[in-house]
Design a protein around this ligand. Sequence first.
Ligand SMILES: [Zn+2]
Length: 341
Amino acid sequence: MADFIYSELKSYGLEVENHSWEKKGYSGKNIVATIPGEDDMEIILSAHYDSVSVSPGADDDGSGVSSLLMAAKILRGHSFKHTLKIVFFSGEEQGLYGSNRFAEEMYGEGRIILADLQLDGVGHAVSREGGKKMRLSASASSVWIANLVKNMAEKYRDEIGLDVLIYRDFAGSDHQSFINYGYEGVFFLEYEFNPHYHSPQDTIEHVNFSYLAKVCKLAIATAATIADEEINMMVRIVEPERGSIYFGDRKIFSLDDYQVIVLGKIKVRAEICYGEEADIMEFYMDGVLRGVDTNPPYEYIFGRIAIMKHHITVLAHGEKSEDMTEMDVYTFNLIPRYWLK
Ligand SMILES: [Zn+2]
């Protein structure tokens, strides 16, 4: 399968590379095709080419893979402002392993990724209604991508004929790996539940090709639009680092994964990684505004007693635009704030 994808992409005249990964005793390779842009900002179109062992995986995720090959064929030869990567992941069914390693590396190299569009299970529709609708899942900071997909569907209603329903936080596909590393991404999914999912019956006979073509067109339109989008501002959290354990503001240990664990107070530092500076940076915990900073370095220390998982949101407001970024932190801060000076 990997060899087929690789040679197919090569035959389109694209730059292709294998990205090998290892995790928890598993190993595999992702296949990455690149359409270089004028800058290094990246937009990623992705799917997974592995399937569960009992299933041929025609819909999960042969549908995404074939859409991506079609996208590669159509988009090659076009040039965009940003760099477009078409990525075929493996290890998805074991636990998003291939995409986890990929996103981890991008994060480690400080790459700017604008969006990941993941297509996973986009070829099943049996009813009239199912053939006209698609589900799209987005995290809070990824809602702008979901809205853009919805706008594309409206703009090209006559050519495509799909209604997009936006849902929040279906974590079960490779877009989640990007979200885990602080990037933004959405998950394209068929509207109707596929009863053949993860079974020997997930075969090509059960794929609805006219429906698949609709989703494919919508994904291509979205990718091409984001690839030419003017970006005004991008904010990211640089501290705590993902995949680390901290004692207060001191990093004491690196983890083999994306989680952030903080013992004591949580010091958060945000940075504008692209575009205009922020006039004000707001720091939220679990949706509640706790503090602001108006000058770089933009920092806030969450000092209250807190245990378990918390959601940190940072919102940057500039003159022309604003941007948001998120992080989950596991914390064990049982020491009253006046003990730790
Ligand atoms: Zn899948």
